[in-house]
Design a protein around this ligand. Structure first.
Ligand SMILES: [Zn+2]
Length: 235
């Protein structure tokens, strides 16, 4: 199995081995919870708008869509503001308005007895959960963004390292080529020297008895007198 295949398998293994805890706290899970929260927020506002517009728009077919779309626009707008707003007070204001919306919806001021406690608790609790949910969503999003950025940085660093390694290898290859070329040049020179020496030796050696003399001049008188010279061999 090739290295890449092992890597791919490793990658898939990691992605499939996400634990239930990881899935429950993933950005996707938090996003789904936020969407539900926004739908609920929009529903609450729709009822409030519809109540407030009751006298002005008696026709239910106009009043309900008007209230619904206004509520949706406000709820989604609220989410966008809470995610992008850098002011730390904004989430508290949003939670406070959420609580007030629920107070009005439950008509807490006109409730009596234990109803006041139940509706007040529900209003405050839901606003608290909503506030924290949006906070978690923002934190998770930033965290995932930072992780992705970190991964990108690591990959860039890896690419840079590989490029450096490639450059080093190319440099080494050039050096080896250079050394090989020098060696080949030296070999040619040695062969040339060897040929010169052999030629010189041959010129100083008697072709009949293979005796080597100190110079060509010393060899010449010998050749005629050489006992192995066919001219000197008596039949
Ligand atoms: Zn000889």
């Amino acid at each position: 199995m090739s290295k890449n295949k092992i890597k791919e398998q490793g990658y898939f293994d990691t992605s499939f081995s996400l634990s239930l805890e990881d899935r429950m706290t993933s950005l996707r899970a938090v996003s789904i919870a936020v969407i539900f929260y926004i739908i609920g927020y929009a529903a609450k506002l729709t009822v409030l708008f519809s109540d407030a517009l009751n006298a002005k728009i008696p026709n239910i077919y106009i009043r309900i869509p008007t209230s619904l779309f206004t509520a949706l626009a406000l709820s989604v707008g609220l989410l966008i503001v809470s995610v992008n707003e850098n002011n730390k007070k904004t989430p508290y204001l949003i939670a406070l308005m959420d609580a007030i919306a629920l107070f009005l919806l439950f008509d807490v001021l006109n409730s009596q007895g234990t109803d006041i406690i139940t509706t007040s608790f529900l209003s405050v609790f839901m606003a608290f959960v909503g506030y924290n949910l949006i906070n978690v969503f923002v934190t998770k999003r930033k965290q995932e963004f930072n992780e992705a950025k970190q991964t990108l940085n690591n990959l860039e660093q890896e690419v840079s390292n590989k490029k450096q390694t490639l450059n080093n290898t190319e440099q080494e290859l050039d050096n080896v080529k250079q050394a090989l070329s020098t060696l080949e040049q030296e070999k040619t020179e040695v062969e040339q020297q060897k040929a010169i020496i052999e030629q010189d030796l041959k010129e100083r050696t008697c072709p009949h008895c293979d005796t080597t003399f100190t110079s060509k001049k010393a060899l010449n008188p010998h050749i005629d007198k050489c006992k192995m010279n066919p001219k000197n061999i008596k039949n």
